[in-house]
Design a protein around this ligand. Structure first.
Ligand code: 5GP
Length: 203
């Protein structure tokens, strides 16, 4: 059978929903690859250029965006974030499923420009639980936590525009749910037209 084009998988979640841990598990399967985003924000102490992000100046970022080099981009908390186009298009044509871990504005651009993309939103069990997790992490002041919680509520309101949601209450279940969603998505009629045709060949 012919090489299938890969799926574009968008995953969004407010900070503190365990998105990184869930995706880390999914990415152990080399059918998937992760699109490393470009950003103008400063690296955090543990972050490595080219691994976590491609860290860029605003000029470099705008230059790439102006030359159609970004598949989508958005401004989030005073910084630019974007998906470099070339890597994603190459991997999709190699048949890999490409995961974009992006915020809601970028996800809506992908939804409009790539109607075949599948969009998944990871929810916390409740906004109160999200607040509790952020306090437990202990890395931010109460004021910053409240800002994040309020931003998260705004993002969660956009979940209705996604194709799937899953709740990260129990980590193992959330990972299994995401695997199941992706597996089922591969079998939707819109993605299996060519398989039907191949089965019917020389009938
Ligand atoms: P952080 O600064 O915490 O790494 O990321 C902030 C937000 O930017 C997160 O919601 C993350 O998913 C989002 N983000 C990361 N890369 C991209 C990207 O390429 N495009 C868009 N639109 N959002 C991104």
């Amino acid at each position: 059978m012919a090489t299938e084009k890969g799926m574009l998988i968008v995953v969004s979640a407010p900070a503190g929903c365990g998105k990184g841990t869930i995706l880390g598990e999914i990415l152990k399967d080399d059918k998937f690859c992760y699109s490393v985003s470009a950003t103008t924000r400063a690296p955090r102490p543990t972050e490595v250029d080219g691994v976590n992000y491609h860290f860029m100046t605003v000029e470099e970022f705008k230059d790439l965006a102006d030359n159609n080099g970004m598949l989508e981009y958005a401004q989030f908390c005073d910084n630019y974030y974007g998906t470099p186009r070339k890597f994603v298009e190459e991997k999709l044509s190699e048949g890999k499923d490409v995961i974009l871990e992006i915020e809601v504005q970028g996800a809506m651009i992908v939804k409009k420009n790539f109607p075949d993309a599948m969009l998944v939103f990871i929810l916390p069990p409740s906004v109160n639980e999200l607040r509790r997790r952020l306090h437990k992490r202990g890395t931010e002041t109460d004021e910053v936590i409240e800002k994040r919680v309020s931003k998260a509520s705004g993002e969660i309101k956009m979940a209705k525009y996604y194709d799937y949601t899953l709740v990260n209450d129990d980590l193992e279940t959330a990972i299994e749910d995401l695997k199941a969603i992706i597996r089922a998505e591969r079998h939707t009629i819109k993605r299996t037209q060519n398989i039907i045709e191949e089965v019917l060949e020389n009938a």
